[in-house]
Design a protein around this ligand. Structure first.
Ligand code: AMP
Ligand code: MG
Length: 485
């Protein structure tokens, strides 16, 4: 049974307002794996995504609420996302499809329900980048742009992303039913969630507890992945937290350039509530807000105990993933110290976070990194790291050439060459802004494809794409990414 059939009380019809002169930017192969779309020509797919295909008019959005920047907001909802419905993919799995930017929904409040090309391209690229890094995420299956003018801080162009996930359910959906006193409906939502997305627990007498334990674990692991790969989400409100532990709602996100725990990627986040280093604890705070809603299903002690497991789950996974990036897999009493000195070095040296790991997996990499350092402080902290790291490598890999190469290969299989640095998307966005059709548009499409391709296989070298692996040039260092997307 689908969300719409099982939870009709959360679902509200939407009348799409198609974009003017839509054009395809991306169609993902996976979209063709759905029976409904496999034989469809591109022109028809554009119609579907643009909400104007006669066979796909039954659009809807859902109601939720949430804590935004720490404050409870009693009603939110899909303000610009419209569900196309639930479809079966080639693996036989049910997938929800959703378009973002089709105009006003019952939950648009003062917004126009539109999405601009800038943020839609960023979401499309980032969904693919995250998937390729092995980080749980919603997916993006098509992107169209248009000649529809949309006003943000300046005049922009409307676009729509077709996105996919087993479910787009959020903490905010639970919060809505709980805080408005819809007890029976909340039970139905939880049962639906467990039956479809945590099926192993469905018939278990302790299903709710097992579900919550699993979600805490998934969320901790998701945060460990974000921290490991330097992903900063930017708007970790509870309505942007997935009940499945996925990365959801790409907005003013950014990947780190230099490692900085204080890095704020959302220009509107003046206090740094969602700064890079805060993310793991914000996720816990969000889980606590979810737990506030589960008292009728799980006793308080169990809720508390389960939340209490979060830090350890996060720490263990973060350590495991970071060690993997360093080429280490065994456990050692010096692990905690190794992480301390590593993070301290990264923070004080401001070396490029992603380049650092690739450099480590090169012959004389440690020496090379040292030679690039300028301040005495970063040299001293690097020495501390090097001492422990070298010892750990010797222990785990030895010093023979053959094993060194094996270590490099291992590290290179988990450390991306290509990262969705803000400036890479911004270059295309700038080109797009000044392209009125013709050759320039072709160039935008070609550059978008090229960037997508390297992000989908970020660990391999792609010929002729060296420029996409470079650190951010100075003129792009201060791009401001706001919430207004
Ligand atoms: P976000 O921070 O992007 O997750 O958005 C928070 C809430 O505002 C969600 O309910 C969105 O659907 C809604 N929203 C954001 N932008 C718009 C827009 N342009 N039009 C309508 N609703 C919007
Ligand atoms: Mg959102």
């Amino acid at each position: 049974m689908t969300l719409k059939q099982r939870l009709p009380f959360m679902v509200f019809p939407v009348q799409a307002k198609p974009l003017k002169n839509p054009n395809i930017v991306f169609i993902d192969e996976d979209l063709k794996s759905f029976n409904e779309f496999s034989a469809m020509p591109t022109s028809e797919i554009v119609k579907v995504v643009n909400g104007e295909h006669e066979n796909f008019q039954d659009l809807f959005s859902t109601v939720y609420c949430g804590h935004q920047f720490g404050y409870f907001v009693p009603q939110l909802g899909d303000g610009r996302a419209s569900f196309l419905g639930t479809f079966k993919n080639h693996r036989g799995n049910l997938v929800e499809l959703q378009m973002k930017g089709l105009g006003r929904t019952p939950f648009s409040r003062r917004g126009d329900g539109r999405a601009v090309f800038r943020s839609s391209l960023r979401e499309y690229l980032c969904s693919h980048a995250m998937k390729a890094l092995g980080i749980p995420t919603t997916e993006a299956l098509a992107l169209i742009d248009s000649e529809e003018i949309v006003y943000r801080e300046e005049k922009e162009w409307g676009a729509i992303v077709l996105r996919a996930a087993p479910s787009f359910l959020r903490f905010g959906h639970v919060e809505f039913l709980y805080h408005h006193g819809y007890k029976n409906e909340l039970e139905k939502l939880l049962d639906y969630t467990i039956e479809h997305f945590y099926p192993d627990y469905y018939s278990h007498p302790n299903a709710y507890v097992l579900f919550f334990q699993d979600l805490v674990k998934r969320t901790a692991k998701l945060m460990a992945n974000w921290q490991t790969y330097g992903f900063c989400h930017g708007v970790m409100n509870t309505d942007n937290m997935s009940l499945l532990g996925l990365t959801i709602d790409y907005g003013p996100f950014g990947f780190l350039e230099a490692f900085d725990l204080k890095h704020i990627c959302n220009h509107s986040d003046h206090e740094g509530r969602y700064a890079f280093g805060e993310q793991p604890l914000v996720a816990l705070w969000n889980l606590e807000r979810l737990a506030d809603c589960l008292g009728d299903f799980i006793d308080q002690d169990t809720l508390k105990r389960t939340l209490g497991t979060y830090r350890e789950l996060f720490n263990l996974e973060y350590l495991r993933l970071m060690k993997k990036r360093l080429g280490l897999q065994s456990s050692n009493e010096l692990d905690a110290e190794l992480m301390n000195v590593l993070l301290n070095f990264l923070q004080v040296s401001a070396v490029d976070y992603h380049g650092f790991f690739r450099n480590l997996a090169e012959k004389d990499g440690l020496e090379f990194i040292f030679s690039q350092l300028k301040s005495a402080e970063s040299k001293a902290s690097f020495d501390q790291f090097k001492k422990i790291y070298q010892a750990r490598i010797d222990l785990e890999w030895g010093r023979e050439e053959e094993s060194e190469q094996k270590r490099f290969d291992f590290m290179n299989s988990v450390n991306p060459i290509y990262v969705l640095r803000n400036y890479l998307a911004q270059k295309i966005i700038d080109q797009h802004r000044y392209s009125d059709q013709g050759n320039k548009r072709d160039q935008v499409l070609c550059e978008s494809q090229r960037l997508l391709k390297v992000l989908q296989r970020p660990f391999d070298w792609h010929e002729g794409c060296d420029d996409l692996s470079r650190v951010c040039p100075a003129e792009f260092l201060n791009i401001e990414i706001s919430c207004s997307s």
